[in-house]
Design a protein around this ligand. Sequence first.
Ligand code: AP5
Length: 192
Amino acid sequence: MRLVLLGAPGSGKGTQAARLKEYLQVPHISTGDLLRAEVAAGTPLGLQAKEVMARGDLVSDGILLGMLRDRFSRDDTKAGFILDGYPRNLAQAAALDELLHSLGQKFDAAVQLAVDNEQIVERLAGRAQAEGRADDAPEAVRKRLQVYDQQTAPVIDFYRQHGQLTVVDGVGTLDEVFTRIVEAIAPEKAVG
Ligand code: AP5
């Protein structure tokens, strides 16, 4: 299964990808996690990305594509993957297509987790208090939602127009949302 998980910041992509990884037995590739690892390690790339991420902007397409190429050069992605946080604009959608094409692959499904902004602001405010992630501060959350509307929503429209998009209601318990995703991508594997 080659799955692209889409949705606004805080829509639950990372949470559900962690479960889907176990369920589908394929790697979870989160561009946010890859970037945060670079920041934590203090690499030159991490130093470049740190401030951009903290204010809620997108890190440059070139950096992201380099990271992704590197990650996809590893053998574990051959059997499938769950891609979380990429693509975030139309240029990245085109780059992903090209990258997968060069590997003789294409994704099986693009799933959007739909959650309204009010719920998102509530979720991320809770995480800001609990975990102190810099980009969960109210101003950065506003910026992330703005960037999502301006740059990432067109990717969703693009996949919808090309019949590649499945929308899943992302509101409910973690189990409920997980079951909806599994039913959407692999109905034969759904439990219950
Ligand atoms: P990234 O890490 O991808 O952040 P994001 O998309 O803003 O995603 P989040 O991790 O905040 O949300 P999520 O949808 O994964 O939800 P989660 O499961 O965590 O990117 C961070 C930054 O890196 C970007 O802003 C950008 O700067 C840079 N970056 C990354 N990719 C890039 C790219 N391709 N190009 C350029 N720059 C890039 O859940 C959120 C919270 O909600 C958690 O507390 C969780 O417990 C809770 N929750 C989850 N599900 C539910 C539920 N069903 N009910 C109630 N609460 C829930």
